[in-house]
Design a protein around this ligand. Structure first.
Ligand code: ZN
Length: 269
């Protein structure tokens, strides 16, 4: 913040980031999670960034990420791009696109989905087009049906949170979800089911976002589709959406506590 206001120079900002990263690395090495992650031959690498990747506008925001990865050197590439944006040798918009592309690559996202996400920053947002598609292809109906029957069903293309596939039937995105599930099932069948549950919660999160968009009614293109979908939806589901909406906003915390309640707490009692 001090850098953005002009109180700190770039050199001080970069060196304070280095220092913070060193401290974080030390704390990680002491954590229990670190030992667990080592079993998977992965390491945890902290990354501190200053350029917002989510909003359309030019926004500086400090964000700390932790990568569970095999090769931490790839993360350095993002730091270099950020430094170039900060020192003015790379245009903000061009640099931001490069950051999103690099981050997408690091996360193992399909390039078609990353490309659509980048294009959505200037045109029709990929969040919105995914919601429309989930209504039109009956994916939200599939979710509601499975919730109604207490059945766990996978939404493979939603294999992780904050990822927007280029389409619900993106072959590459679905394949990733299927592979993750298969890999987990080899360790324990229960993990595969938990993964499926996670993808369902991601779908539920999109449904909540759709309901908010419907209430706000800000987008004319969306209104018709949203209105006809929510008009037909049983009040019981609308109430459920309203109940969980404040909590699901923090998707990771919500998902973890939901899964803990079902798979851990219920087994103790
Ligand atoms: Zn795709």
């Amino acid at each position: 913040m001090s850098y953005i206001r002009g109180g700190t120079n770039l050199f001080a900002l970069i060196s304070s980031r280095k220092e913070l990263k060193r401290e974080l690395k030390f704390l990680i090495s002491k954590a229990n999670l670190f030992k667990g992650i080592k079993e998977f031959k992965l390491t945890i690498e902290p990354n501190i960034n200053f350029i917002d990747r989510i909003l359309r506008e030019k926004v500086y925001r400090i964000d700390v990420q932790f990568f569970a990865c095999r090769n931490p050197s790839l993360i350095k590439k993002m730091e270099k791009i950020e430094n170039r944006i900060l020192n003015g040798s790379l245009d903000f918009a061009v640099g931001k696109k490069r950051l999103i592309r690099t981050e997408g690559y690091l996360f193992g996202y399909p390039s078609c989905c990353v490309q659509k996400y980048i294009a959505g920053k200037e045109g029709f947002p990929s969040e919105t087009s995914l919601i429309m598609e989930m209504i039109e292809t009956g994916e939200f109906n599939r979710l509601i049906k499975s919730l109604d029957k207490n059945r766990v069903e996978p939404f493979h293309y939603l294999f992780t949170s904050n990822f927007y596939p280029c389409s619900t039937d993106c072959r590459r995105a679905n394949k990733i979800g299927e592979r993750v599930e298969k890999w987990l099932s080899r360790i324990d069948e229960k993990y595969a089911e938990i993964f499926e549950m996670r993808t369902m919660i991601n779908a539920l999160y999109n449904l909540c976002t759709a309901y908010t968009a419907h209430e706000v009614g800000s987008s004319e293109i969306l209104n018709k589709t949203l209105n006809s979908f929510f008009r037909k939806l049983d009040a019981k589901w609308k109430n459920l959406i309203k109940d969980i909406r404040p909590q699901i906003r923090d998707l990771t915390a919500f998902t973890n506590s939901f899964i803990r309640r079902i798979y851990v707490d219920s087994q103790k009692s």
